[in-house]
Design a protein around this ligand. Structure first.
Ligand SMILES: *[C@@H]1O[C@H](CO)[C@@H](O)[C@H](O)[C@H]1NC(C)=O
Ligand SMILES: *[C@@H]1O[C@H](CO)[C@@H](O)[C@H](O)[C@H]1NC(C)=O
Length: 532
């Protein structure tokens, strides 16, 4: 009897364990994941693609709706092309000029950023790819949605069509000011500067005032102009009544993966469902093509990589700046310069300069012969340079680039060249200073050590959290309560106001009492005098 019972128990236990494993394993491989990657910016694609490919390699079936596609997608990855999106950004009435954006005031550039989101949405809706995903049967089962939320909820009508499966937000754009609107938590404008300001954590009163003002302006512009506009454009296009307000769909996000790490970015409090995977795109370097490797090794004292990233193009620098760079490079013959330049150059190119339309930046920065990186100071570039310990010369143009470069300068790992006032001499002196003063490389190696010293790679962490969401699609415990509470309660404005009112009331009472006492004693003084 006893042994039968205990063997029954063993069987029962085995069944329970198997069931538990099965329920966990159900999605460990082979989930259907829809990726809504609206943002027409190659750097967002570079970042998102690494996560998509890693999830495909885990056996998940990835359907990626995006303005950027791969000619040879990895197995288990299907791209659906939003083919009109870049055209609306770069051409016609909705075109954005990044150099113009670089020269405009902060409030103007805030508006340009949001009009970039609106142009993007017009391009998305005009794309055949948008119809392709809309024509999927509505009962097609997606187990999870990955959504690049950086430029607004234009694609979320698609999310609604598939019955609002669990959703994870992703952004290569650091931790933008509006994350609190999406997943809750707190933003502290007291020590996190607005992304287009080059302030430090430690701001004086006027800086904090201006910083708070910009955050509020952004909040109001986003919530009362940009989001209603996006919603209106999509609603007109969909011609359906059954569509919730798109910005409300934003808030269905279970968690978000953001591109930040304390070694490079600003320390700020993050809610539990904000997962920091800064530098996720940095994967082990592949060997370089033979001509690149030879050129980099040929620099007598080393080589320098020069790239302005993917949004701001080197060819738009204009002839004067381009010639100033070439002349400066010719004056530093001990170094070889590798320049990402998107067109052919109609000038004499010095023998120590190589021009390429495309360069594998992460692989090149990992090369031991690369001694410095001339960069626009975009976040991905800053993270990659830091990871590989390469000091920088920043040439910021737009958006967060000024803030990133300023922070790198304070960390002692970078110098800066101003785009608006550059001469051959300034370029040469600044580049040589970084190349030939050891402290830049030393400080960068400290920063790199902090960035690399993590329990798992940022990519592994990102994949783990996506699979966590697949295992717990209804988990509520990780969500920040602030969205339900609202700012009034979650910032304790009610309690603080109550205290202020209480103090004012006490002061008022004290004044009344002291007035009464004073007039009494004055009166009694007077009446005493009268008696005598
Ligand atoms: C694609 O997914 C399947 C499971 O759905 C998996 O077995 C396979 O390894 C994946 N292929 C690649 C190349 O990652
Ligand atoms: C994988 O995704 C593709 C593209 O969306 C889809 O056509 C295919 O049916 C999916 N496979 C499975 C097994 O769901």
């Amino acid at each position: 009897m006893g042994s039968v019972r205990s063997s029954n128990k063993v069987v029962l236990l085995a069944v329970v364990v198997l069931l538990a494993i099965a329920s966990v394993e159900k999605f460990a491989h082979g989930a259907n994941i829809l990726c809504l990657m609206a943002v027409p910016s190659p750097s967002h694609h570079i970042w998102n693609r690494v996560l998509v490919d890693a999830l495909a390699a885990q056996g998940h079936n990835m359907t990626v709706v995006s303005p950027d596609i791969e000619l040879k997608p990895k197995p288990n990855v299907t791209y659906i092309h939003l083919e009109k999106t870049y055209d609306t950004i770069h051409e016609g009435a909705t075109a954005i000029d990044f150099y113009e954006m670089g020269q405009s005031s902060i409030l103007e550039s805030m508006k340009i950023f949001y009009s970039y989101g609106t142009s993007m949405c017009i391009g998305i809706l005009a794309s055949k790819g948008y119809q392709t995903i809309k024509n999927y049967p509505s009962d097609f089962k997606f187990d999870l949605v990955l959504y690049d939320f950086s430029c607004g909820p234009c694609l979320l009508a698609v999310y609604h069509k598939f019955g609002q499966p669990p959703m994870i937000g992703v952004t290569g754009f650091n931790t933008p000011p509006y994350t609190t609107d999406l997943i809750g938590g707190h933003k502290y404008y007291a020590y996190v500067p607005y992304y287009t300001l080059d302030y430090d954590t430690n701001m004086n009163f006027f800086q904090r005032f201006y910083n708070a003002f910009l955050h509020w302006a952004d909040y109001f512009y986003r919530n009362y102009v940009f989001l209603p506009e996006t919603d209106r454009i999509v609603r007109e296009h969909e011609k359906t009544k059954d569509l919730p307000y798109l910005a409300d769909l934003d808030q269905k996000m279970m968690l978000m993966l953001v591109n930040s790490h304390h070694s490079v970015d600003f320390p700020e409090p993050t809610p539990q469902n904000m997962i920091q995977v800064g530098g996720l795109q940095i994967i082990p370097p592949k060997p370089l093509a033979a001509d690149l490797d030879r050129f980099i090794r040929a620099g007598k004292k080393g080589s320098v990589l020069f790239s302005l990233g993917t949004n701001v193009l080197s060819k738009d620098l204009g002839p004067n700046r381009i010639k100033a760079f070439l002349k400066a490079f010719a004056q530093m013959p001990a170094y070889n310069f590798l320049w990402k330049f998107e067109s052919d150059l109609p000038y004499d190119i010095p023998p120590n300069v190589m021009i390429k339309k495309f360069l594998p930046q992460n692989d090149i920065l990992a090369h031991p012969h690369i001694k410095a990186f001339m960069t626009h100071g975009g976040l991905l570039s800053t993270h990659e340079a830091t990871w590989h310990g390469v000091p920088m010369i920043g040439i910021p143009v737009i958006a967060d680039q000024y803030r990133n470069v300023a922070k790198s300068i304070r960390a002692g790992v970078s110098e800066k060249i101003s785009l608006w006032d550059m001469t051959t001499e300034k370029i040469r002196n600044t580049v040589l200073k970084v190349l030939e003063t050891p402290r830049y490389r030393e400080a960068m190696s400290v920063r790199s050590g902090l960035f690399r010293d993590q329990p798992e790679t940022p990519l592994e962490r990102g994949v783990w959290w996506v699979e966590w969401a697949l295992r717990h699609p209804n988990a509520k415990t990780i969500q920040s309560p602030t969205l339900d509470l609202g700012p009034w309660k979650s910032e304790l404005y009610d309690v603080k106001l109550c205290l202020v009112v209480a103090v004012l009331f006490v002061l008022y009472l004290l004044r009344k009492v002291s007035k009464a006492l004073f007039s009494k004693s004055a009166q009694s003084g007077k009446s005493k005098k009268k008696v005598h």
